[in-house]
Design a protein around this ligand. Sequence first.
Ligand SMILES: [Cu+2]
Length: 335
Amino acid sequence: MFNNFPLWPERASSLAPGVDALYIFLVILSGFMSVLIFAFVLFFAAKYRRRPGVLAEQIEGSNALELTWSIIPMFVFLAIFVWGAALYYKMRTPPRDATEVYVVAKQWMWKFEHAEGQREINELHVPVGQNVKMIMTSQDVIHSFFVPAFRVKQDVLPGRYTITWFKATKPGTYHLFCAEYCGSQHSGMIGWIDVMEPAQYQAWLSGGTAIPAAQAGQQLFASLGCVTCHRADTQGRGPNLVGVAGKPVLLEDGRTVTADDEYIRESILNPGAKIVAGFKPIMPTFQGMVTEEQLNELVAYVKSLNQTPLNQIPKPTSVTQNNSAPSGAPQMQVQ
Ligand SMILES: [Cu+2]
């Protein structure tokens, strides 16, 4: 019935029904209150209209009435708060088993790199039913990653990571928008999320010879000289990075922070910001020496050290930076 007049974009992610339910609840509640208030206004306007010979009398307040209209709304607002907070928390917390996609936004395109190494521009292939975590940054100005069908919107900022996640529930092609005015061709900064059946997705993934992000990161780790300080033993001048990612790190100033994506990123760009306890601030900054993509690969590599010990990561056979395209997925390299 509403096919040509959709009130909502398609619901294609696990988060969509929850977001819509809260939204519908708020609309109905606001509508109900507006109707109620207008009804009372009209009713009282008629009831207490001016009539010849009738004088207005002073009506004192009523405690019962005041308490009722304070306490009932309080519980309604608290319910909205708890509901909204629970939903927000869920949206902000990527499940642990999520696969990771690195996103670099720039004027005016979206660049994606899968953990498996596939690179895409303005198009992202994901399997249905899989949690996908987006680790996003911008090369220039503020952008915003917005997929209405997933009910996902997250600002993408230069100089840091922002995170979002989704689990697509329906195969299909969904619009991706930039939702932050970012310059003259902002309106053209659009793309597609292709949600595929898992088998189809596996076929798509294996259609190329991409170097996994972590492996590309390992090459950089060697070529940039990180490996001279960060060794797989305890003899290096920097900390052994095996098992660091995701764990608490004790800092020289006594604080403890979690080594999340943002921490690892900051350690590379601004090593002096957080000094690991027991180490000297001798690590040079790599600001300006690595692209956003290379930074993502380094972060992916440091995280991969949790799964495989440093010396057991298979050595890449070729040291090419250009990945060839999987069939059906044109790939471009843009800096
Ligand atoms: Cu933009």
